[in-house]
Design a protein around this ligand. Sequence first.
Ligand code: GLA
Length: 360
Amino acid sequence: MENKFKFLLVVCGIVALVGCEKNDETRSIDPTIDNEAPVLREKANFGVGVAVKVNQLTDQYSTVVNESFNRLTAEYEMKMAHVWRGENEYKWNNIDGLIYYARKNNMDIHGHTILWYRSYPDWFKKPNYDSVSFENIIKSYIETLVGKYKGGIKSWDVANEIFNDDGTLRNDGCPVFKTFNDPIGFYARCFKYVKNADPHAKLFYNDYSISLAQKKRLAIKNMVKRFKSEGYPIDGLGDQFHIMLSNSKNHLQKGLMDMAGTGLLIHLSELDVRVNIHKSDNYVFSADEQQKQANMYQFIVESYEKLPQKQKFGITLWGVSDAHSWLTNWWHPKEYPLLFDKSYQRKPAYAGFLKGLSSD
Ligand code: GLA
């Protein structure tokens, strides 16, 4: 009852906000930016997504989200620890709110993420389950979550970050590694549980630096081969693309092509481009630096466009504006990695992204 009430509140809030947004005549226009230029969602022939926080979908934040993007990812509200509060206790209201918002604004939702070593809840990690109990309880979580949103969430990151860059399996703090002799076998069965719960959803494996770290990429390709030969489902690979200006363009492009050699859908799933690469307190995001960032965005999008059209699932930005990036905490407060500045104005990076898109 309490949850239903909360959900109604969220829905009413969103209805009110969507209403406001339609009548918003106060959007500021920056004369230096071509606000008449096409928007990403209209020009791209693949999905353009953005990671959002549900409670921020108001005012200018939602205006730019609705204008430029057609796919939403919850930045954290769909992660296990946020959803699964006790063995039979779930927190659905944020996901329900996001689904409502996406439907209203004609967008898809990419579900992120079902299994991730950093988001198993503490209550689940405590008992030290044996492998059979561990798998049974995770299976029931998957069936509950994916089953509840069947048809409403079109794609899922089923597993996130299970490999180290050297291709070994991650073991630090990963309960799957310490519970199973064959962790990949466990993940394969989880992909199957997701498929059974929603046969039409597209299922992804997601990780960072797949294009840049050759050994990690090889391990992932081997996992895909194993899934296919043993009859387990997988539709796509997501490379997060938390990129730095200093990354090798050549490696990025070659790695991306190599990933596409699997024949799977390819998602650039958490794109941002770090500029303050030395974490300098004196860093200035000068016009020159802004242009370098725009060129990098253009290059990434052009490289993505070179993939076979049927494999282009889409590109997702990891945050709306430079005011909403995880990097200002985790990397350096002087960081400007996204397409909109702190006042929601399109940056040269936005124009770079647009330029990278094929025009036909
Ligand atoms: C990883 C995860 C994301 C997010 C970022 C940091 O890339 O996949 O969900 O937590 O770290 O924001």
